[in-house]
Ligand binder design. Structure first.
Ligand SMILES: [Zn+2]
Length: 541
């Protein structure tokens, strides 16, 4: 049922287990102390270790692995013959570990380039950290340029919050709650405690990468994937809420904010899970709040309320409106995106073109172009460009790409010569099948725009062909009005006027799908709330 591969790197031995149905996992053993052994003996030793150290039967291990591979998370398991004395790790080593991982986090995500906002996040974080049980540790708070909603901490005092998270925060106290929760993960050494158990814990990846120095993005994916998708154990999450709420109370922030924040994140998880179900994909949920906090509400509410007695004089330095004003202009949407997407229209300013994708489809930018996926993920339309070098146009253009075309026609699209047809055996994300293809030729720029549409169920007929054709014919040059519109969406803070409704604001927003739900969630108005006249509200513009 499974195959193995052993790979040596320095003192480390990587053991790759490949299961027929669930992809790969990487196991890493260090300080085996085995002396000279043959690879086969080593392999056997490792198999025994896999089974004994994990302390669980293979059947359970494999069902766990199956779910992991579904999440596309690479899991790294660290085995140590001499257990890592994690809790007794010196502070110096803990800081070194954090500092090293910090570089990788920055390289992967990038810092959000707004010094005032960075300084502000840091100021709130330092205020909370100063009241923690490890006030002398040097803390570093970083706002990351990522639209995913996340906050996490590394050992040694490194705390991160993404701009996607900040979009969902409505008061300084809520921000303090998020940072307090993460500071608590640091002071309670949750990352290190996870490791000392040396079980199937993603966070262990952190140690492995720090020690081997060979860690790549996979390890990082392990850490962040773990934190993002599963979080720590329920116990650690609840402890971080309770401890974090004590820190914030001592810093002068009302611990109720912790409950608000959790509610907002739960709402976000709820809509994400609902949308992912419709779209038949894996939901991206923050800290797994719905799974770590569901039936424990009373317990964590009590823990948080108990910290209220610690509340020091609340310094009303930042009112809600002032806080929201600080978020005005915050980027919204993906960081690395070709062109601009507003609603279902894609604009590319440099090429001076636009394309309207079908309503309700998800639009995703990749390194080589843009693709739109139908609401239930059963059809994909890709848009890319190719350099026009040779004198091949029309049918010949596709033939030189190795495609056989039927029902081909020469025509004009967006004022440019184009060719439309069906390629019978095209390579598509669903495998080899018929695909609707179109190429639009811009001789002056020496570029061809290529559109390819295919469906999961297509054997001969193309089910979503009407949508493909409509999109292909929506291709056009941008005019002056389009140029004004083609700016990346940003968060804007407005004052609500008489008669404004969430429905109207959602209709006017550039958010591609589920604008109403998303706007409500970021303003704490989910599922049915309406804003009050005169209040400040976050919209996307
Ligand atoms: Zn947490």
């Amino acid at each position: 049922m499974w195959s193995h591969r052993v790979r040596c790197s320095g003192n480390f031995l990587f053991y790759e287990v490949e299961l027929a149905f669930c992809g790969k996992i990487h196991l890493c053993a260090h300080n085996l102390g085995l002396g000279k052994v043959t690879m086969n003996e080593l392999r056997q030793q490792l198999i025994n270790k896999v089974l004994s150290c994990s302390g669980r039967p293979l059947a359970r291990l494999s069902s766990r692995l199956r779910s992991i591979s579904l999440l596309n998370v690479m899991l790294l398991i660290v085995f140590t013959i001499t257990p890592l004395k994690a809790l007794s790790m010196s502070e110096e080593n803990e800081i070194k570990l954090g500092a090293k991982e910090h570089q990788k986090i920055i390289a992967q995500y990038g810092i959000y380039r707004d010094k005032d906002l960075q300084d502000y996040v840091s100021m709130v974080g330092q205020r909370v950290a100063a009241q923690s049980s490890r006030p002398n540790l040097e803390y570093h708070f970083t706002l990351l340029d990522d639209e995913i909603i996340n906050a996490f901490a590394l050992p040694g005092g490194y705390v991160y919050v993404t701009r996607g998270m900040l979009t969902h925060v409505n008061t300084e106290s809520e921000l303090a709650a998020i940072l307090g929760h993460e500071v608590a993960h640091v002071t309670e050494k949750h990352g290190l405690r996870n490791q000392s158990k040396a079980k199937l814990l993603d966070l262990a990846a952190q140690i492995a990468s720090a020690v081997t120095g060979t860690a790549g993005v996979y390890d990082l994916g392990g850490i962040l994937g773990g934190v993002l998708l599963k979080g720590y154990s329920r116990e650690f999450e609840l402890e971080a809420d309770a401890v974090g709420s004590r820190y914030m109370a001592k810093a002068g922030y009302s611990p109720d904010a912790m409950l608000n924040t959790i509610e907002i994140l739960k709402d976000k998880d709820r809509i994400e899970i609902a949308h992912a179900r419709i779209e038949k994909r894996t939901p991206q949920v923050y800290h797994g709040f719905l799974s770590t906090h569901p039936d424990q509400d009373t317990r964590y509410k009590r823990a948080i309320m108990e910290s209220s007695v610690l509340l020091t004089d609340y310094e009303q330095s930042i009112e809600k409106d002032d806080f929201l004003t600080k978020l005005d202009g915050l980027r919204y949407g993906p960081t690395k995106q070709i062109g601009v997407v507003r609603k279902n229209v894609f604009y590319h300013k440099n090429l001076g073109i636009k394309l309207r994708f079908p309503q309700g489809w998800r639009i995703e930018s990749g390194a080589r172009g843009v693709q739109a996926v139908s609401a239930v993920s059963d059809a994909v339309l890709a848009f890319s460009t190719a350099r026009l070098s040779k004198k091949v146009r029309g049918r010949e253009f596709f033939e030189t790409m190795g495609m056989e075309i039927r029902e081909g026609k020469d025509l004009t699209i967006g004022g440019l010569p184009a060719y439309l047809g069906i390629a019978d055996r095209a390579e598509t994300p669903f495998g080899r099948r018929p695909a609707r293809v179109a190429a639009i030729f811009n001789e002056r720029r020496r570029v061809a725009y290529i559109l390819t549409g295919a469906g999961a169920q297509d054997l001969h007929k193309i089910a979503a062909d009407r949508d493909f054709i409509a999109t292909i014919f929506s291709f056009d040059k941008m005019d002056a009005a389009d140029r004004k519109k083609a700016v990346k969406p940003k968060l804007e803070v407005i004052t609500v006027e008489e008669g404004m409704t969430m429905e109207q604001l959602a209709a006017a927003s550039p958010i591609t799908n589920y604008a109403l739900d998303k706007l409500r969630v970021i303003n704490g108005l989910y599922p049915k709330g309406q804003p009050e006249v005169g209040q400040m509200l976050k919209i996307i513009d």
